[in-house]
Design a protein around this ligand. Structure first.
Ligand code: LLP
Length: 436
């Protein structure tokens, strides 16, 4: 009889002790109760990630609001945990607005960012009093007209493209000049947008926003961005008389995806930003401006490391070139390795043989469907479990039913309790929306 909890088992996996009974008993309990492939989120980790972030910033930035970027993981049970901790929602679509409202947030707590919003999305933001994070002059005019027609004022910020490269993967590098996001500071585009907004009676200017990318390891890009943004905030006060309620510096903090890595520690980022912020606040005060609140909006940092993808080994095959461990999940279940060559640690549960170089391959008919390439792992046997770590962000959220494989189930673990938070997809789900 094992005395370890499910949480202990998940921690053993993380600590590379997948051969220990705590790990095996947790994974076999979860797999036999809920089946595989299975996304498992550890509530304790979500809470500790959020608190470590909030504490690090709250001690240095008295006016602080922490948003959660729903796109990372929008399961309602995960949202309930983060909402309970005090996070506000950052959303990117009408679907995410609906998701945030369903999770219990008020409309006026929502920040709505997207570089391409439709009329229905703008109208909903106006109706519920969300902050519309405007990405273009065109969008500004549409939002002003929509609000005027509804007899309302739309609260806006502008998303700024600061022209800073934080040195992350090209696909998730969003603040460089050639990216599609935001209004450029360079060339006066952002300034002209604020100036135009002051002329529109149906528009209430509330803040300024940027988000320079994702999985950012270093503080330099954030510091350079903060300098530019805060200098611009002073310019807006001095030249246009604008006082902003908030400056949102985005999300993007890196989490560790490799053993021995640390990611970007919130306290390190908070320490790096604090002097830049306080200097800018002093300059702003000299101009007669009130200090804005600092807003931040990570997604990955709060949920990535809480998540585990549990898969089962179908077959093991040695070719003349490699050995493949074929599991019952693929890039349809966890897209990040195929899409970004992203690294997720793979743990073979319960096996303790001498490690070999193995490829863990998915069950999708694509050559690129390799979940873990050339890893040193003990060779599993059919029926064993391979668990992928750090799958809580952009895991289930990016899953599809490609190859007619229904979506996996999701489970939330709290101590020794596991709760099903999304039932496994069914074959009926695959056809439900077809009309012929
Ligand atoms: N705010 C905005 C405006 C964003 O576009 C994003 C992410 C976030 C916040 C949250 O970023 P985070 O803190 O999670 O890095 N699918 C990719 C990541 C795409 C991120 C898109 N935007 C991946 O799997 O790595």
């Amino acid at each position: 009889m094992s005395t370890s909890t499910l949480h202990d088992g998940l921690e053993a996996l993380r600590a590379d002790r997948a051969h220990e009974p705590a790990a095996s008993s947790a994974v076999s309990r979860l797999a036999s109760t809920f089946g595989t492939p299975l996304y498992v989120y550890d509530r304790t980790t979500i809470v500790s990630q959020f608190r470590s972030f909030h504490t690090a910033f709250a001690s240095l930035f008295p006016k602080l609001r922490v948003h959660y970027a729903l796109k990372a993981n929008a399961n309602g049970a995960v949202l309930a945990v983060l909402r309970g901790e005090g996070a506000a929602p950052e959303v990117v679509s009408l679907g995410e607005i609906v998701t945030a409202l369903r999770a219990g947030w008020r409309g006026d707590e929502i920040l709505f960012t997207s570089s391409s919003k439709g009329p229905d999305e703008i109208a909903k933001a106006v109706e519920i009093g969300a902050v519309l994070n405007v990405d273009s002059r065109d969008e500004l005019e549409q939002a002003a007209a929509t609000a005027a027609a509804a007899g309302k004022r739309v609260r806006i910020s502008f998303r700024i493209n600061p022209g800073v490269d934080p040195h992350t993967l090209h696909h998730i590098n969003t603040g460089i000049p050639e990216a599609k996001f935001g209004l450029h500071l360079d060339g006066g585009l952002a300034r002209a947008a604020y100036a135009r907004a002051t002329e529109l009676p149906s528009v209430a200017i509330t803040g300024i926003h940027c988000h320079i990318g994702s999985q950012i390891m270093e503080t330099d890009g954030y510091v350079a961005t903060a300098r530019k943004m805060l200098a611009f905030v002073q310019e807006l006060k001095r030249d246009l008389g604008l006082s902003l309620e908030f400056v949102d510096l985005g999300g993007g903090l890196a989490v560790p995806y490799h053993d021995g890595e640390e990611g970007l520690v919130p306290a390190v980022l908070a320490d790096a930003l604090a002097p830049v912020w306080s200097e800018a606040m002093a300059d702003l005060a000299a101009l007669g401006g009130d200090p804005p609140a600092l807003w931040l909006e990570p997604g990955r940092f709060f949920v990535a490391s809480s998540g585990f993808l549990v898969t089962r080994v179908n077959t093991v095959k040695t070719t003349t070139v490699k050995t493949f461990v074929n599991v019952n999940a693929g890039s349809n279940t966890l897209l990040r390795p195929a899409m970004y060559a992203a690294h997720h640690r793979a743990r073979v549960v319960g096996a303790s043989g001498t490690p070999e170089i193995l490829d863990v391959a998915g069950d999708v008919c694509e050559t690129g469907d390799i979940l873990a390439a050339e890893r040193r792992l003990p060779r599993p046997r059919a029926g064993d479990f391979v668990v992928f770590l750090d799958a809580g962000a952009y895991g289930f959220a990016m899953a599809s039913t490609y190859n007619a494989r229904p979506l996996p189930a999701e489970v939330l673990v709290d101590g020794d309790t596991a709760t099903l938070i999304r039932r496994r997809g069914t074959f009926e789900d695959l056809f439900r929306d077809e009309t012929k």
